[in-house]
Design a binder for this molecule. Structure first.
Ligand SMILES: [Zn+2]
Length: 215
């Protein structure tokens, strides 16, 4: 079954080896292949700004709720789980390091009671950020796409959505949120100065708004 699937997807043997025997099943339903709108993809034409915004707002509300319980905390922390993306732990840790070095107003941290979760698997749509509309945010990482494109960049890009950045596929490789736009040869996984500033600003203004809503 696994071999058939890998063959059908045209994966290399390396890609097939990367895929675990039993891909972790999401505890909440992820979108099915039948519905193709409403997701922000890493590459492709289905740019969906509204979903990016909804995803960011879901994360923001989750963080703000915890923040209200612990207003003394010096740093705004967004907590995530990698339990359902075990083969991407290295790339996720790298993405966390990239973002935590790039911005100060928000920090990422792996931990319990997560604000969002990473998932891995096979999806013809590739990797994407997704929210179910009920305050739950996911980042889905597609095996084939992470072989085709530079995986640390894919992960850092999708995590950029967590922090509030929209897609900008027409941008250059020096932009993280241009995603798959600059092609498979692009290996930049660092946000540029504009992207950094935008995140910093979002987490000053955005958190204040979110706090007002839950407070
Ligand atoms: Zn994107």
């Amino acid at each position: 079954m696994k071999a058939l699937l890998a063959a059908a997807l045209g994966l290399t043997s390396a890609a097939a080896a990367l895929a675990p025997a039993a891909a972790a099943e999401p505890t909440s339903p992820l979108p099915t292949a039948a519905s193709t709108s409403g997701y922000a993809q890493y590459a492709g034409s289905a740019e969906e700004a509204a979903n990016n915004k909804a995803f960011f707002e879901a994360v923001l509300a989750s963080v703000a709720e915890k923040r209200a319980e612990n207003p003394e905390a010096a740093t705004v922390t967004v907590t995530y789980s990698t339990a359902s993306a075990p083969s991407f732990r290295t790339q996720i840790a790298r993405s966390t390091q990239v973002w935590n070095n790039a911005v100060r107003n928000v920090q990422l941290q792996e931990g319990s009671n997560p604000d969002f979760s990473y998932y891995e698997g096979n999806d013809s749509r590739g990797s994407y950020a997704y929210t179910d509309g009920h305050g739950n945010g996911y980042i889905f990482l597609d095996y084939a796409q992470n072989q085709q494109y530079y995986s640390p960049r894919v992960v850092a890009h999708e995590t950029g959505h967590v922090l509030g950045l929209p897609d900008h596929y027409t941008g250059p490789c020096s932009e993280l949120m241009s995603g798959g736009g600059p092609g498979t040869s692009c290996t930049n996984d660092q946000p540029n100065s504009t992207e950094r500033s935008r995140v910093e600003q979002l987490w000053v203004n955005g958190l204040a708004e979110a706090l007002a809503e839950v407070g």
